[in-house]
Design a protein around this ligand. Sequence first.
Ligand code: PMP
Length: 355
Amino acid sequence: MKKYNFGAGPSILPQEVMKATAEACVDFNGIGLSLMEMSHRSKEFQAVIDEAQDLMKELLGVPEGYSVLFLGGGASLEFCMVPYNFLENKAAYVNTGVWATKAVKEAKLFGEVVEVASSKDKNFTYYPKNFEIPQDADYLHVTSNNTIYGTEYLKDFESPIPVICDMSSDILSRPVDVSKYTMIYGGAQKNISMAGVTFVIVKDEALGKVSRAIPTMLDYRTHIKKGSMFNTPPVIPIYSALQTLRWIKAQGGVVEMDRRAQERADLLYAEIDRNKCFKGTAVKEDRSRMNICFIMTDEYKDLEAEFLAFALERGIWGIKGHRDVGGFRASCYNAMPVEGVKALIACMQEFEEKH
Ligand code: PMP
């Protein structure tokens, strides 16, 4: 039976990417060595990281003056590196969920943090808008897609101060005007690669403005200077990222990823709104196209476990919702084919008929 992986991350990747990565682990480019055992300083790996950086720039239209980095530590380490490198006096944060809350916590170690807006009052089911941004803050930190609650801000953020955005769960799913951001970052284990690599797109001239001393490994300038190779980078996850970036380009780039994301989301939300057994959790105008969250309607609320088992029997994997929201979460990252969404919809309809 065909299986569809709706897991929130690590998550679905194109079959071609997994096959090419597996092959490189056995015999890289037919040279008779595994990429795992090759020096990251070899010209072969240099070509991999160079192409991955170039493709990130090409696919996202990254302007001159920005660097693309592939680092370790996950998005969680960026929660600390961002204030280390950018927070001199005060920073503004928008709190849209668990991850944003963690980012706030780290920033507080470095200076004053103003939470300019929060959707905590309604369990993060909407995206706050029209909030005031203090002109004297060093930067505004936002999370474009909230993986746990299924809310997403689909436009670029407008701000009078530099914007730093966690795009862990919606990077490369639509065109972004990178020039509007001072930095974009995220864990790659959703739309780009396997776990183990973090992407950073940073405006070079914004660095070096804080007065504190920064440990070498936590200073973005170290990694820019050394082309992401100050120390041994996660070579296999970077190789897998390269394969995904090539795949995205071959499919038609972020414009095509955007079209597919909209198609999947339109189909699945239409079914959630129609089906008597289910209802969405996020407010309609802020619904995420990447993490589609829904619960049972009150009348059927005792059937949650039954639906999970029912779906699993039909090849639908990973739709159990995060414990903070409950219910279900269908993560529909770039690699999710529309057939997967149609299979989930068919399963929801069959379940409705059964009851
Ligand atoms: N930010 C967001 C929006 C996330 O979804 C996640 C992980 N799911 C993180 C940050 C943390 O990423 P990591 O596990 O790579 O530290």
